[in-house]
Write a protein that binds this ligand. Sequence first.
Ligand code: NAD
Length: 463
Amino acid sequence: MADTVARIPSLVAALRESYDAGLIRDLEARRTQLQQLRRMLVEQEGPILDALATDLRKPPMEAYAAEIGVALSEIDHALKNLDKWCAPERVKVALTFKPGSAKIVPEPLGVVLIIAPWNYPMQLLLAPLVPALAAGNTVVLKPSEVAPATAAVMAQYIPHYLDERIVQVVTGGVEETTALLQEKFDHIFYTGNGTVGRVVMAAAAKHLTPVTLELGGKSPAIVAADADLEVAARRIAWGKFLNAGQTCVAPDYVLVDASVEDKFTSALLRAVHDFYGDDPKHSADYARIVNERHWDRLTALLDAGGFDATVCGGHGDRANRYLPPTVLAGVKPDAAVMQAEIFGPILPIIAVADVDAAIRTVNDGDKPLALYVFSGSDAVIDRVLSRTTSGGVLVNHTVLHVGVTELPFGGVGGSGMGSYHAKAGFDTFTHRKSVLRKPTKPDPSILYPPYKGWKYKLVRRFM
Ligand code: NAD
């Protein structure tokens, strides 16, 4: 540990030297690294899936689709679009600046730091790495210590496939991240909770380093009276209990029109049973809580009460880090589960009088990362869209919008700042440099003093 901390300054300095030496400047070098990363994901799929199973008991289907698959599609999209993204963009020049030509030249930022969390520990480390490399940066990767098996696999294989002069992996916890944050980076990309997000931003401020903060929050699911309740229940149950609720865009709670609450709750119970059987503990498709600390945090939320009934689920088994899919009914606004992001398989249901009441509840909290609205009516959907703010919205489904590569993914307000995926990711790790080029002739005197009256008049006429 002390060794890692001690070598951080020289490790960052070496990455800066590589950057300055242009090791990842040209597009061929960037392509090589991306192709190598692709090779790693294909050749080491087994060890990666094993690590994800060790850390979170992720079912292979979830691990493949939401971790390896996401990274592969980011890589393929970047490889396909790299030439286009990196091409300078010509800009028209107004008469006043003629003769001359202007363009915007995308250039890398330099040395960037990517700090990842534990819930999708591979995806959230590599999905930002792809655009960072595509944009031509050298990179320090900091996997989460809370998912140690995945961190170890990344630390083992990344140096084997990628050029160590371009990408370095630093494992460890708070001590190592704190040491990294003392260094000067050209961008810091942090995914995790808002408390540490503030630590990251304060550290970045010392060097005037720009940050992207991919945070969480309480993402609501609004179910209107005219929603297809069976479909809504299935899709909410899927998005919530995927990865045992440890998903930043999981529907945190449901605001359901009171007139359909009972029907919706019954449909939800059926969906949970259809997905995970009589006892979800024995389902191979249900993940585990990442560690005992989080299991304790989640069960404390249940113990604190503030709701009328536990419709399904409950405490589970600490030794196994198992917490069943849990649905709570009649949840009060001051219940412990409603005070912060749940980040686990507990789904509070709150009945509201109508969609306007749901909108008011959403707007009383921080701006969420995701918002889900289930309705059969365009008017209802448009009302929710136009009167709420969130990182993203998905109508009549949950979570899937994150997988649409071309849609920028990121939060707003309390759920974060900046975005990535595809071109948005490339832009995050790119400086768009403005370049105006003028010929030396002609060199009219109009700009230069003495500012005679006719010059002033002419300037006023054209500007
Ligand atoms: P975590 O505990 O793994 O922490 C994230 C990173 O921060 C780790 O690499 C860790 O080493 C570092 N860290 C922790 N404490 C630190 C400190 N005091 N100083 C410096 N670095 C520190 O992950 P987490 O925060 O528990 O992740 C869960 C949160 O992340 C949830 O709020 C979730 O919504 C959010 N999240 C957001 C997204 C997104 O894309 N917006 C994705 C996943 C998770």
